[in-house]
Design a protein around this ligand. Structure first.
Ligand SMILES: Nc1nc2c(c(=O)[nH]1)N=C([C@H](O)[C@H](O)COP(=O)(O)OP(=O)(O)OP(=O)(O)O)CN2
Length: 172
């Protein structure tokens, strides 16, 4: 059994070294205006039908080392991400690339009836993964690899959400 008292100054005990992880979060709530619609063509329920939500998005960033300001990830460093989320999710129609009705959606877009976004998959989990892929790169580049994006949560409403997490980070 290896446990002993953690020292408050350097977080090192005589028998075990603790790795510190700091996290910071950024959330865009339902009132952000990320109001999009979609259908989940693979669902065997009414989720096949076009429906929509004012989505909320939550990011969790993590690091083992704070910056010179004692911050994990600057809350204000996500303006380009916010703009990107709006371009993706604000008054848009999200359709899966493999949706068999894709030609009809293209017709609606050509008629300027929808602002179409074609993604690899539709649904909160798939959307969380898609958003993660984009924002993880930004967080890494802005911090020279100090910070990684731990998770993205996409929330339809207070009752329904999905979280995508990636656990491939190698501590440095
Ligand atoms: N894990 C997931 N489950 C579901 C998703 C999803 O993205 N991930 N999406 C849907 C539907 O698209 C819809 O958003 C939810 O509709 P519904 O099944 O009617 O769910 P409700 O919360 O309205 O159901 P209640 O029974 O009234 O709580 C479905 N599932």
């Amino acid at each position: 059994m290896t446990s002993s008292i953690t020292m408050p100054d350097d977080r090192v005990t005589s028998t075990r070294k603790h790795i510190e992880t700091y996290r910071s979060t950024k959330s865009y709530d339902h009132n952000e205006g990320l109001s999009c619609c979609f259908r989940q063509w693979r669902a065997d329920s009414h989720c096949q039908l076009i429906h929509g939500y004012a989505l909320a998005v939550k990011f969790v960033f993590a690091t083992h080392h704070l910056d010179e300001r004692n911050w994990c990830f600057d809350f204000g460093a996500l303006k380009e991400v916010k703009a990107w989320l709006h371009s993706l999710l604000d008054h848009t129609m999200i359709v899966a690339a493999d949706d068999p009705e894709l030609p009809r959606f293209h017709n609606l877009a050509d008629a300027k009836l929808v602002d179409l976004r074609i993604l690899p998959g539709v649904g909160c989990e798939a959307l969380a993964r898609y958003v993660h892929d984009h924002v993880a790169t930004i967080a890494r580049e802005k911090t020279n690899g100090r910070v990684w994006l731990e998770s993205v949560e996409i929330r339809e409403h207070a009752g329904n959400s999905a979280i995508y997490e990636l656990h491939s980070h190698t501590p440095h």
